[in-house]
Write a protein that binds this ligand. Structure first.
Ligand code: SF4
Length: 231
């Protein structure tokens, strides 16, 4: 954990509190905002800019992503974006790190990627058949979830998923519904770059943004939640 002084914390960027569309989106810093990073950390903005010149991966990956964005904007689903990004990067072998709950989706995605000419390797989250208790999960968090759903005794194994793809020498690994945290472990250990195709959210059909929207498809920001909280 990073321990920051109060003064340092006040200088940390808080772009979510800025009307960005009026400022950096139009090519200028927010001079009314004391902690605008463009104003107070120009050396970092410069360092980042240099990476696009000096670091081949940063330059190419960012450029390819922007071209894919422009080509398929609004029309292409994320799966097509992923295919086009992988093609643009000249990747050949793709690793699918999937959750057992999305086995059918993984199968479908593999078929599509193979049709596009990629070589596909895939690893299920339960590989290794390791009991949860063996990796330090207390017994009470095995078998049944706290909400009453059966979840079994075998742990998700993002470490093995990553190591198996490292052995297979995949060019790019694609997350299909790994749990929050397991996805982080996987990304931490993966040699190949990682992208998320499906972000797990069991409360919705894997649409994490759903909890931010009301029944009319608007963000809760448009409602006065302070009134609701007071009641
Ligand atoms: S970088 Fe500066 S201008 Fe852009 S959103 Fe952040 S605070 Fe606002």
């Amino acid at each position: 954990m990073n321990l920051h002084s109060k003064e340092e914390e006040e200088k940390d960027p808080t772009c979510h509190q800025c009307d960005s569309f009026k400022y950096c989106v139009r090519g200028r810093a927010n001079n009314k905002k004391d902690n605008c990073p463009m104003k107070i950390s120009p050396e970092i903005e410069k360092e980042a800019l240099e990476l696009y010149e000096k670091d081949d991966f940063v330059k190419r990956s960012t450029g390819v992503a922007s071209i894919v964005e422009a080509k398929g904007y609004i029309k292409w689903p994320r799966l097509k974006d992923t295919v086009e990004y992988a093609k643009g990067m000249d990747y050949n072998k793709l690793g699918l790190a999937f959750c057992i709950g999305l086995h059918a989706e993984a199968e479908q995605i593999a078929k599509i990627l193979i049709d596009y000419g990629f070589e596909v390797a895939s690893v299920c989250c339960k590989t290794g058949s390791v009991p949860k208790t063996k990796v330090g999960v207390p017994e009470e968090y095995t078998m049944f979830s706290k909400t009453g759903y059966p979840i079994g005794t075998i742990t998700c194994n993002p470490a093995a998923q990553a190591l198996l793809f490292n052995k297979a020498k995949t060019d790019l690994n694609i997350i299909i519904g790994l749990c929050v945290g397991h996805d982080i472990t996987f990304t931490h250990l993966s040699n190949a770059p990682v992208t998320t195709l499906i972000a797990k959210d069991r409360s919705s059909p894997h649409n994490p943004a759903a909890c931010l929207l009301n029944h009319y498809g608007k963000t809760f920001f448009s409602m006065d939640l302070s009134e609701m909280k007071r009641k």
